[in-house]
Design a protein around this ligand. Structure first.
Ligand code: ATP
Ligand code: MG
Length: 378
């Protein structure tokens, strides 16, 4: 039984363009049964889709405007605000609370529809922590210490002095993430490619659990990527765009004004080859990133965007102006919807509460079975 599961940290309270183009945009599309069928057929165990990139399947227009009846949809879809993960960087509690609400608002504004998917708060389903422990007891420290995100984040946090000696949460983060997916016996996980290593661990843990307990209980989850699987940092395009980067100029937030977007893209680091536009991520990461952003919005390939802009005789300034207009057109309706939803926080909280209730119900069967397999049932 296929099941789509994914999550986002509430950190910062608002997704950036990387979160949106890399993950949330396909979360929205994957609520549609027709797209589910199409994309799942194409996703293989290494997470690559077999369809050619740039096909109509991931343009927004492919999403049916007819609301589907959730009871007719064969595939369950669950999206969560992973607030327990956010605790790894010790947020202030008032800020955390605010961010959970704001992130929920942002997801709804992007098009997550509680009639089609279960939108919920991770910490409200205690099975995540319980399963994490059970999986932790079949995890090797050597698997965790290989995780590149752990190494990178630790460096970043040490440098900004926001992490002291309490670093076990960050270290064990991938076990909790595996539990997030396996608690619902998730099979497909739409994420950006920075999560590849973590998902490999989730799949290792599923297989290890099955092996140790001589069962075929957990399916090994596979990642689902779309074409914009890694949007880069605008100030330093060899790193990914990230919520936790200290520089706000490094990312475009979905709440940025048109002027913010213009000024951030105008200042985006490119290179000195001002008059040619080529897609060459290795040697021209800044230019490649702008082309990837444009491509993801247009549903085309970055190579074809480069050809298109070259034919139009654009220089670097022209390229930035063109990308700016695309980004503004994409972000503006979301920003306006966010402002609208902010007026009724109660309704937003109700949606999250109902979703958390449903997720709790859905997790119950797994927990019961897992306790039995482990030998905790009497
Ligand atoms: P943090 O820096 O705090 O880890 P983040 O920006 O990585 O924040 P997450 O909440 O960790 O955001 O990730 C949410 C989703 O967005 C994940 O599926 C992740 O793979 C995806 N994602 C994050 N950054 C990018 C990016 N730069 N390009 C494409 N996808 C991304
Ligand atoms: Mg992240």
């Amino acid at each position: 039984q296929p099941r789509i599961v994914s999550g986002i940290q509430p950190t910062g309270g608002v997704p950036h363009l990387g979160n949106y183009l890399g993950a949330i945009k396909s979360w929205v599309q994957l609520q549609d049964p027709a797209i589910q069928a199409q994309r799942m057929r194409g996703s293989t165990s290494d997470g690559q889709r077999s369809e050619p990139s740039g096909s109509a399947s991931h343009s927004v227009s492919a999403v049916s405007s007819q609301p589907s009846n959730p009871s007719n949809s064969a595939v369950d879809v669950l999206y969560m605000i992973v607030d327990l993960h956010a605790l790894t960087v010790a947020p202030e509690k008032a800020v955390l609370r605010r961010n959970i609400t704001d992130m929920t608002i942002a997801l709804l504004a992007c098009g997550i529809n509680p009639a089609k998917s279960v939108l919920f708060q991770q910490s409200k389903v205690s099975g995540h922590s319980e399963l994490m422990w059970l999986l932790g007891c079949i995890t090797s420290n050597s698997w965790l210490s290989r995780m590149t995100q752990w190494k990178a984040k630790k460096q970043q946090l040490l440098a900004s002095k926001s992490l002291d000696k309490h670093d076990w949460g960050l270290y064990s983060y991938p076990i909790l993430m595996a539990a997030d997916v396996l608690l619902y016996r998730g099979t497909h996980v739409p994420v950006g490619d920075d999560q590849q290593q973590h998902l490999e661990l989730a799949s290792t843990l599923a297989n290890t659990f099955n092996h140790v307990h001589k069962s075929a209980f957990f399916p090994a989850p596979v990642p689902m990527y779309n074409d914009a699987k890694r949007i880069m940092n605008l100030r330093n395009p060899v790193n990914k765009m990230s919520k936790s980067d200290v520089s706000d100029a490094s990312r475009i937030n979905l709440t940025d004004s048109d002027d913010d977007i213009r000024s951030k893209l105008r200042r985006a680091l490119t290179d000195t080859n001002e008059n040619s536009i080529t897609f060459d991520p290795e040697n021209r990461p800044g230019v490649a990133n702008l082309l990837s952003i444009a491509a993801a919005i247009r549903g085309e390939t970055p190579q074809s965007m480069a050809e298109h802009y070259t034919k139009s005789n654009l220089n670097m300034r022209g390229l930035k102006d063109a990308v700016m207009e695309l980004v503004i057109a994409e972000v503006k309706p979301i920003r306006e919807k966010i402002a609208e939803l902010q007026a009724d926080e109660k309704a937003v909280h109700r949606i999250l509460e109902e979703g958390s209730h449903r997720a709790n119900e859905m997790s119950r069967g797994t927990l019961q079975e897992v306790r039995k397999l482990v030998g905790l049932d009497l």
